[in-house]
Design a protein around this ligand. Sequence first.
Ligand code: 48H
Length: 271
Amino acid sequence: MFQQVSDAVISRAILREFSKWLEDYITSDVIIVGGGPSGLMAARDLAKEGFKTLIIEGNNYLGGGFWIGGYLMNALTFRAPSEKILEEVKIPYKEVQEGLFVSDAPNACSKLISAAYDTGAKVLNMTRFDDVVYRDKRVEGTVINWAPISALPKQVRSLDPISLESKVVIDATGHDASVCRSLAKRNILKLADFGPMDANASEDLVVEKTCEIHPGLIITGMAVSTAYGIPRMGPTFGGMLVSGRKAAEIAMKILSGETKKEPSVKEELTI
Ligand code: 48H
C-alpha cells in the first residue's frame, strides 16, 4: 500500500529538513518565549504581517494553560470585547450572559495553535529558554538548550547551550516570567509577583502594562502579572489574547523603527 522508502532515507529527510530551517531561524525578527495563549496570539499577529517569528516552547506541546479551564474543567471563559479575537481565529464560543463567553478548551487551543502556524510562525518545541543574549544594555536574542537537559542530574547538566539572535524577544512564559527573571537575577530588572485573584481588575491591567519592559524585551500574558504584581485572573483568558495582540503591536513598532530603546526597568515597576 505505502511507497517503499528505506529507513535511512527517512532519517535523512528528518535531519535535513530540521537542520535547514533551524539554520534559517538562527536569526529572526522576533523570538517569542512560551507558546501559551499570549505567545501564540502574538506569534499569529506578527507572522501574519510578514515578520519572521519563532516560538520557543519547553514542552512537546504548544498551548500552555489554554488546554483546560479552571479546576480541570473543559471550558474557557472570555469577557467582551475579546470574543472579537475568537471570531478572527475561528474559535467557536457561546455567550452565557451579557459579555461573558465560553469555549471548549481543546478546540479553542488547537484553533489558536493552527492560527499561529497558518500565518507562518515557526516553533522550536522541547526547547528551554536558558538565558538572554545581551549587548549594549539591550536584549538581542535567546540562549536555548534541549528541554530534557534541565531534567538531568546536576552533575551531568553542564551541557552548553546555543544562541539565537532576534531584533525583539517577547517573554510569554506565563507565571514564571523566565526571560525577565534572567535579567532580574543580574539586578537589571526588578520583578514583583502576581497578586491574589481579581479578574475584573486584572485583565485590564495586564493589557495596560504589556510593554517593552527593557530595551529589546516585551512582556505579555501572565508574565506581566508576575513582573508588575498585578492580581491574577484565574481561568478567564481574554486578557491573554488581547495582551498577546498588544505585544505584537509593540514589536511591530520597534521593528519598523517607530519606538526606540526607551529604558523602562526599575523605576517603571510600580502601578
Ligand atoms: C521555554 C517556557 C519556559 C522556558 C515557560 O502559562 P502560559 O499559558 O502563559 P500565558 O501567559 O500565555 O497564559 C497564562 C494562562 O495560561 C494562565 O495560566 C492564566 C490566565 N492564569 C491565571 C491565574 O490566575 O493563574 O504558557 C506559558 C508557556 C508554557 O507553554 C510553558 O511551557 C512555556 O511558556 N515556558 N518555554 N523555556 N524557560 N518557561
